[in-house]
Design a protein around this ligand. Structure first.
Ligand SMILES: Nc1ncnc2c1ncn2[C@@H]1O[C@H](COP(=O)(O)OP(=O)(O)OP(=O)(O)O)[C@@H](O)[C@H]1O
Ligand SMILES: [Mg+2]
Length: 425
């Protein structure tokens, strides 16, 4: 590859606007004057919160819709005029990829190979490479519907790569993927870019993922807030990021709430017993904060990360109020369970499906006022446990109490005390 090649833009957009009309005839400006530049051989992340316009922009690049105004060239082709020319050279994995769940892994691969007119000899070369890359080799006969979330994403990626595209578009490829598979997927992406020189444009709402890319485009409300290497975004918070240590007897969460109320603070999040805070532009140290929320609090400066710079950008875009400030309940939860008592009590919980134990002697307790996380890879039994807690699924054995009510005996009255958001709502 020569120097001219590395400098080439594979995606070049200028002043792109796209407005949707909702059913209520209200207009939504999904993209509001977006300009972007994706260089050959780079890994570029579109990063932004829900509704920022990421999917809309990726769909425009894929030639699946056209902008209201502006110009967009993909692989040196005017994509609005010649979408099919672009699509034949593109790999595109949408936010919900169309795997056929009633076909096996191998049948899905064959289907995508057929769609792209891949010859038998190309398949003989390509299949083993893709199976080795995704470690799906042992599962070619398994139905796609029975793969874990991470394996489904890897199969989707393999199908997308079957025709060796010049540009890969991935819309939130790691959503719903467990941490281990997420790591695998990232290994694959980095190998594709740094090992094989592929150009990848992906969208993500995870800031740690954006930080791993060579180039980021920060989108918010349809506007580009920043564009460049992630370090440039981190640098926006340079010298303004601190770790505050809560005084004895105070929880990090309480200190965080006080900090978020302080006009000098842009962002505050608990981190390993401390509170990580980003202060507004000022004289560099946290002196002016010490009269307020930080009185009697030990504070040390810490290097800025991508998320710190990102919060600075969002605050500039959104205005005064801290973003996602501490949530308070208008009406504190009343109940006959006192503080320090367990609201949820699970002992030796078992759920079998035939010979398979999806939940195998699980015990835990959740105290009142506590945020409790069930952590585990895809298939670990998290959803099954949730469904039993809500009385939606009968337990095979064990005790299950919510607010003192035995869920196994009085599911309906226990359920009245629970708010439940399902994985697929
Ligand atoms: N077909 C459509 N009709 C009406 N409004 C739409 C349509 N597609 C997108 N929008 C709106 O455009 C805005 C941008 O949406 P988009 O899906 O691009 O965001 P996103 O960054 O991909 O969000 P997410 O992280 O939730 O996937 C949102 O307000 C969305 O509701
Ligand atoms: Mg999206």
């Amino acid at each position: 590859m020569n120097a001219a090649d590395t400098d080439a833009s594979l995606v070049a957009g200028h002043d792109i606007r796209k407005t949707f009309r909702r059913n209520t005839s209200e207009f939504v400006r999904a993209l509001d004057g977006v300009s972007l530049d994706v260089r050959r051989g780079t890994l570029t992340a579109l990063v932004g919160p829900d509704g920022a316009g990421k999917t809309t922009l990726i769909r425009l690049v894929a030639g699946l819709m056209t902008a209201d105004s502006g110009t967009l060239t993909v692989l040196d082709i005017d994509v609005a005029r010649h979408p099919q020319e672009v699509q034949s050279r593109l790999g595109y994995m949408p936010q919900r990829f169309g795997l056929y769940e009633d076909l096996t892994v191998q049948e899905n691969l064959n289907l995508y190979a057929d769609l792209h007119g891949i010859t038998a000899s190309e398949r003989r070369e390509r299949y083993p490479q893709l199976m080795a890359m995704t470690a799906l080799g042992p599962f070619t006969k398994r139905l796609a519907g029975q793969l874990s979330g991470g394996m489904k994403q890897k199969l989707g990626l393999a199908c997308t790569l079957i025709h060796a595209p010049d540009l890969l578009l991935l819309d939130e490829p790691t959503v719903g993927v467990d941490p281990l598979s997420r790591r695998d997927l990232w290994e694959i992406l980095l190998q594709l870019v740094h090992g094989q020189g592929l150009t990848v444009l992906l969208s993500t709402a995870y800031l740690d993922e954006a930080e791993r890319c060579g180039h980021v485009i920060v989108l918010h409300g349809g506007k580009v807030l920043a564009q460049g290497p992630p370090q440039q975004v981190s640098a926006l918070a340079a010298g303004r990021t601190f770790l505050a240590e809560p005084p004895p007897g105070q929880k990090a969460r309480e200190l965080q709430a006080r900090l978020l109320d302080d006009a000098h603070v842009i962002d505050a999040v608990p981190e390993g017993g401390f509170v990580r805070l980003v202060r507004k532009q000022g004289d560099g140290d946290a002196r002016d904060l010490r009269d307020g929320a930080l009185a009697n609090v030990g504070v040390t400066q810490t290097p800025a990360r991508f998320e710190d710079g990102f919060m600075v950008l969002l605050r500039q875009a959104v205005g005064e109020h801290p973003i996602g400030g501490a949530m308070t309940l208008d009406r504190p939860v009343a109940g006959h369970v006192g503080a320090g008592e367990a609201i949820v009590e699970v002992r030796d919980l078992v759920r079998r499906f035939g010979a398979f134990a999806a939940v195998d002697h699980v015990s835990f307790a959740v105290q009142r006022g506590e945020v409790f996380g069930l952590l585990g890879p895809n298939g670990a039994g998290k959803t099954t446990t949730f469904r039993m807690l809500c009385g939606l699924l009968a337990a095979t054995a064990g005790t299950l109490k919510v607010a003192g009510v035995d869920v196994r005996r009085a599911a309906a009255s226990a359920r009245q005390r629970i708010g439940y958001v399902a994985q697929k709502f």
